[in-house]
Design a protein around this ligand. Structure first.
Ligand SMILES: Cc1cc2nc3c(=O)[nH]c(=O)nc-3n(C[C@H](O)[C@H](O)[C@H](O)COP(=O)(O)O)c2cc1C
Length: 371
């Protein structure tokens, strides 16, 4: 009885999250700070638009573009439909896809079909399993393996969402043993572990600690896109919650800062995400040091509006236009395209003395100290 009630409330929460994530007032209000990155326009290029190659490697697959659809949903009939439509797009364009939190699958294994549909459709790109840190700490290794194997995933994403849980009236409050929980599974699970945020970004310190125990991939999910404080406050409709948590709508590390923080660690794979909304954002994230980019809200929005093919064609064309205008024939050369970093992003990078991956990045506020 109690478990049934929990499933129902989780289902309702999933529905609310999708509906609220689509509302413009639950995006931002911080910006990604990608606006502080400026490509150096090249007026004379020696290449053909049709020769531009956006392919990139991720998790052993050759993707059509350096993009993944990050975790969104699972566990309900509507989630099944959304996952099916997203998977069709992912397979068509050979981009990666994550499923939403698999907690509903643990509470009710009958919901497995809503996740399994993704691998049924996607054959040419990676599928990523998903579980929250608060749940992970309570799971035995066999259950964690089941989450991955039941959907034939290529990697497991563990999401860190402390701020969202604190704002949520029914959220978790106890995060003791989180690091140890990741440490316990990282060597025992056969697939790579991705640790991701959900919209508050990632610090160098946290990424470094995770890298030291064998986590090789970080999805930064920075601030500037989907805002979980706004969403949870809209759900709670409590004046008291608004009074306490309203100020945290602007908490977190914007996406560009998060990418610079994590990419300053050699060899770590960086998924640049959080508020990535067009092809120019994608190009900037990559030139700043992201290996690939991730998007959630735009994909769910366009799937529900039945405009997802047009959306992806648009962002791919925009990405190729940027590549043309920066003389970048492929994604590897885009990583080295000259950029100038100004404003708050430049100040942050200088203050933290972050080493940039792009040898042609110029920063306004201090001597050029990148390698
Ligand atoms: C409707 C919705 C549901 C989400 N559910 C999950 C989830 O279950 N697990 C997770 O790790 N992230 C989840 N996210 C977070 C996204 O994967 C992503 O990190 C975040 O929304 C920032 O990207 P965006 O600004 O492109 O939306 C969800 C996002 C949306 C929009």
């Amino acid at each position: 009885m109690f478990q049934g009630a929990t499933i129902l409330s989780i289902e309702q929460r999933k529905e609310d999250h999708i509906d609220l994530a689509l509302k413009p007032e639950n995006q931002g209000p911080l910006t990604t700070l990608l606006e502080n990155i400026h490509f150096v326009h090249q007026p004379l290029v020696n290449m053909a638009f049709n020769d531009i190659d956006t392919s990139s490697e991720f998790l052993g697959y050759k993707l059509g573009a350096p993009i993944i659809i990050t975790a969104i949903t699972g566990g309900t009939r509507r989630a099944y439909e959304i996952n099916k439509a997203l998977a069709e797009v992912a397979e068509k364009y050979r981009i990666g896809m994550g499923v939403g939190s698999q907690r509903p699958m643990i509470l009710n294994p009958d919901t497995l079909y809503s996740y399994k549909i993704v691998r049924k459709i996607i054959r040419s790109a990676p599928v990523i399993a998903n579980i929250g840190i608060a749940q992970l700490a309570k799971l035995d290794i066999k259950t964690v393996e089941w989450l991955v194997e039941a959907i034939e995933a290529d990697a497991l994403a563990i999401h860190l969402n402390i701020l969202q849980e604190l704002v949520q009236l029914e959220g978790d409050r106890d995060f003791r043993g989180s690091f140890e929980a990741i440490q316990r599974i990282v060597d025992r699970i056969k697939v790579p572990i991705i640790v991701k945020e959900v919209g508050n970004g990632f610090s160098r310190e946290c990424a470094e600690a995770l890298y030291s125990i064998g986590v090789k991939i970080i999805d930064v999910a920075g601030a500037g896109g989907t805002n979980w404080v706004s969403i949870e406050l809209a759900r709670s409709r409590s004046n008291q919650s608004e009074k306490v948590f309203g100020i945290f709508k602007t908490w977190g590390l914007p996406t560009a800062i998060s990418i610079a923080e994590v990419a300053s660690i050699d060899n770590i794979v960086v998924i640049g995400s959080g508020g990535i909304r067009n092809g120019l954002d994608i190009a900037k994230a990559i030139a700043l040091g992201a290996d690939i980019v991730g998007m959630a809200q735009p994909f769910v929005k366009h799937v529900l509006e039945k405009t997802v093919d047009n959306f992806i064609e648009t962002i791919l064309t925009q990405l190729r236009v940027v590549m043309m205008l920066t003389q970048s024939k492929n994604i590897e050369s885009l990583r080295r395209a000259p950029i100038v970093i100004l404003g708050k992003l430049a100040s942050w990078i200088c203050a933290r003395r972050l080493k940039l991956r792009n040898p042609n990045a110029y920063i306004s506020c201090c001597d050029h100290y990148t390698v």
